[in-house]
Ligand binder design. Structure first.
Ligand code: FE2
Ligand code: FE2
Length: 299
């Protein structure tokens, strides 16, 4: 069986490295928690849409999904309570959204159960599964980072909230694995479809994740590289249309420009010296990374 796990950001910076930086800066910490809140809340809407598309079949999956929505709604509730208590913003988070990018990268075949119900189930479950894995990776890294951080009342409250959520997310991953394994057992053809779906949605998730994280120079070009990686997991005849539909937005990336400007403005307003010491090298590293990659590919 293929085990498709989320990769590190640009294969280098891990979730623990990122979260260690995040918890050091209260403003960024609260924005991150609000992004979690937004994702949890949004997943209720997305899972409800899947239930409506399934229209009662299979009933066991409709039942499981309705339990799943109740879990995600509770996570959103815990995070909203926490943020309001801390006096933090609970509006739509600034910058590009991981979920929007994930959805943009999905193809239509995934969105229509009337073509073939089992194909729809395989792609839907593979898509849910890979995002749940990313959630687990982030929440456990966040707990780890908070254990290393100063034990303030606020940090303890945040850790306790995430510690309530993590085991349920791990349960969601196991649930998805069980359903996918069951579908794979139907026939060798099904096994092949499940394996292919896992690879495809892992590539889509990785691309969406990096789009949200990668605000360094050259990000647009790396997004194109990620888009090609997604296309490569598809049958040959589907690739050109998939690419043509997404290439313009990937290259122009208005959401990416907004994230970049927002992040720079934030640091600039608060601490111009930090901008020069931390952000400028980060942008330059983006270029360096691209040059290194180019050297590697031309070698
Ligand atoms: Fe959740
Ligand atoms: Fe979940």
């Amino acid at each position: 069986m293929v085990v498709a796990y989320p990769r590190k950001f640009q294969n280098a910076i891990g979730a623990r490295d990122i979260l260690t930086q995040v918890v050091r800066d209260r403003e960024i910490h609260l924005i991150t928690l609000n992004r979690y809140r937004y994702s949890e809340q949004r997943s209720c809407k997305d899972l409800t849409e899947i239930i409506e598309q399934l229209n009662g079949q299979p009933p066991e999956l409709v039942r499981d999904l309705s339990h799943h929505i109740s879990d995600e709604a509770r996570h959103a509730m815990w995070l909203t309570d926490l943020l309001v208590e801390l006096g933090a913003d609970v509006g739509t988070p600034p910058g590009s959204s991981y979920i929007d990018e994930f959805e943009r990268l999905l193809d239509r075949e995934q969105k229509d159960p009337s073509n073939d119900l089992d194909d729809f189930l395989i792609s839907t479950l593979a898509a849910i599964n890979v995002t749940e894995k990313r959630g687990c990776e982030y929440f456990s890294a966040h707990i780890y980072a908070l254990k290393q951080a100063p034990q303030t009342e606020e940090n303890i409250k945040i850790r306790e909230t995430i510690e309530k959520i993590l085991p349920e997310e791990a349960g969601h991953v196991r649930w998805g694995n069980r359903w996918l394994a069951q579908l794979a057992q139907k026939s060798p053809e099904y096994r092949q479809k499940v394996e292919q779906a896992k690879l495809k949605y892992a590539a889509i998730e990785q691309a969406a994740f990096e789009a949200g994280m990668d605000i360094t120079l050259g990000a647009e070009l790396r997004r194109v590289a990620n888009l090609l990686e997604v296309a490569n997991t598809m049958p040959m005849w589907q690739r050109p249309q998939y690419l043509m539909e997404r290439l313009p937005q990937t290259l122009l990336a208005p959401d990416l420009q907004m994230t970049r400007i927002d992040a720079v403005q934030r640091v600039w307003k608060r601490d111009p010296q930090a901008l020069m010491e931390r952000f400028v090298p980060m942008f330059l590293n983006g270029i360096k990374g691209m040059q290194n990659n180019r050297q590697k590919t031309t070698m």
